[in-house]
Design a protein around this ligand. Structure first.
Ligand code: FMN
Length: 426
């Protein structure tokens, strides 16, 4: 059985884990010293060899992304860390920053060296004022200790709290002071990103994984995980479980194993459905309990690993109501730039509201699927695609429940027993 392996979360239970003293006590800031003594290209190669893949959702190889930054171009290069963490159910970057902000700062120093950047920006969502305070303190301490300011300047930028600003090009627009809306690609950020300069955008967890890789070597990282999904990662567990929280394990662990190690479904109840990677990823059911939670395993089973946000719903939950709630979120967060997403999510909510209230018809189910078909792959960015996932997958697995709303003339669920936990990270 796969076990939990705390690497990033190794010292989170120590009272002072977030301080520079604790980080240094555990060997912190040695990896950056080691990396700075190595040629930048060799650092990129090491990260490539480790097999680290981006933890922000798409799983793009981190070393390869760094390798796209043009060299010898006499332009400023930038590192941008995506700390927007808005995907419903996702709650791993903020706990990481609260427990160990210095590992991200050290990761930034190493990444800047590798891509030959002198400036790094952390874009953090506006609502998390406690994390902003902690991060500001850590940055101040890192400057005082001389880790920052000697080749790398680090700026913490506080966003206004919009899901779209997690999309990397909307994030760059927002960082530049414009309204956060996605940009047309190409050019990709590696060629023309922040201020039209070569830019790497990486998730908090991706950059925070780098110091341990430099310290312990690529082979050590490679030895954990599965064939194409290497290393450990933070799974966010939320919803109808006895012990919600962050659980770090090698990629490829199954939900059954995580539940066994974490205390299981809330006592006296059974699993009904769950998301493997946040609400933008098609839902799973009981039959997927043994699906390996790595990029390949989840996609072979018809979903996506996404942000590894495991939202658990037991038999008391009305799937139609949960899907309606998620869809309201996407409608609210749609930036309005493209018609399929802006208008489509609005119509999805109208139809789902009727269905949930028992005022729908079977023709509405066909209409929902037709709308999803016209949003998926036709929106400007992946926000629209994500909005369709809960709808199409829930109709696939729980069509009977949608029909029951129609024949029952309303929601057949006891509204008191069904306590929704949707959107822990939102
Ligand atoms: C609507 C939307 C929201 C996103 N939100 C986030 C986010 O909050 N954090 C994040 O790291 N990536 C988010 N992403 C993915 C980013 O666009 C990008 O792929 C990621 O930051 C790349 O980092 P990585 O290579 O380290 O995974 C989002 C994408 C979309 C389409």
């Amino acid at each position: 059985m796969t076990q939990l392996v705390p690497v990033l979360s190794a010292h989170w239970d120590e009272k002072d884990s977030f301080t520079i003293e604790a980080y240094t006590r555990h060997g912190g800031y040695k990896a950056s010293q080691k990396a700075l003594a190595i040629d930048p290209d060799a650092v990129i190669q090491l990260v490539k060899d480790s097999g680290l893949r981006g933890r922000g959702g798409a799983g793009f190889p981190t070393g390869m992304k760094w390798g796209f930054i043009p060299q010898g171009d006499n332009k400023d290069h930038y590192l941008v860390v995506n700390a927007d963490e808005s995907e419903p159910g996702t709650c791993k970057d903020m706990p990481l920053l609260m427990a160990n902000p210095h590992v991200l700062i050290e990761g930034c120093i190493i990444a800047c060296h590798a891509i030959r950047a002198k400036h790094a920006f952390i874009y953090i969502r506006g609502e998390v004022t406690h994390v902003v305070r902690r991060m500001n303190q850590a940055i101040e301490d890192a400057y005082k200790a001389g880790h920052l300011g000697n080749g790398v300047e680090l700026v913490l930028h506080v966003g206004a709290g919009a899901y779209i600003c997690g999309e990397e090009t909307a994030l760059l627009d927002s960082l530049e002071g414009f309204r956060g809306q996605p940009r047309l690609r190409p050019p990709f950020p590696a060629i023309a990103g922040l201020y039209a300069r070569p830019t790497v955008v990486n998730n908090v967890e991706s950059i925070s994984a780098v110091p341990a890789i430099i310290a312990n070597g690529a082979e050590w990282y490679q030895s954990m995980g599965t064939e194409k999904s290497k290393g450990t990662t933070l799974y966010s567990l939320s919803g109808h479980v006895n012990n919600p929280g962050q659980f770090e394990a090698p990629l490829g662990i199954t939900l059954r194993e995580i539940l066994e190690l974490s205390g299981g479904i809330r006592t006296g109840h059974t699993l009904k459905f769950w998301t493997p990677g946040g609400s933008s990823t098609p839902i799973f059911t009981q039959e997927h309990l043994d699906t390996p939670l790595d990029y390949e395993g989840v996609s072979a089973a018809g979903s996506m690993l996404g942000t590894k946000a495991l939202q658990i719903f037991d038999e008391t939950t009305c799937v139609v109501r949960a899907v309606l709630r998620w869809t309201e979120f996407y409608k609210h967060e749609s930036c309005g730039k493209c018609t399929p997403c802006r208008e489509g999510t609005w119509w999805l909510v109208q139809i789902l509201r009727d269905l949930e209230a028992g005022k729908g018809t079977e023709a509405d189910l066909a209409k929902l699927l037709d709308l999803c078909d016209n949003i998926l792959g036709r929106s400007f960015c992946a926000l629209g695609d994500g909005a369709t996932s809960p709808i199409t997958s829930s109709i696939k697995y729980f069509r009977d429940e949608y029909i029951a709303h129609i024949t029952h003339g309303g929601c057949p669920f006891d509204p008191v027993a069904s306590t929704l936990f949707v959107g822990a990270g939102a």
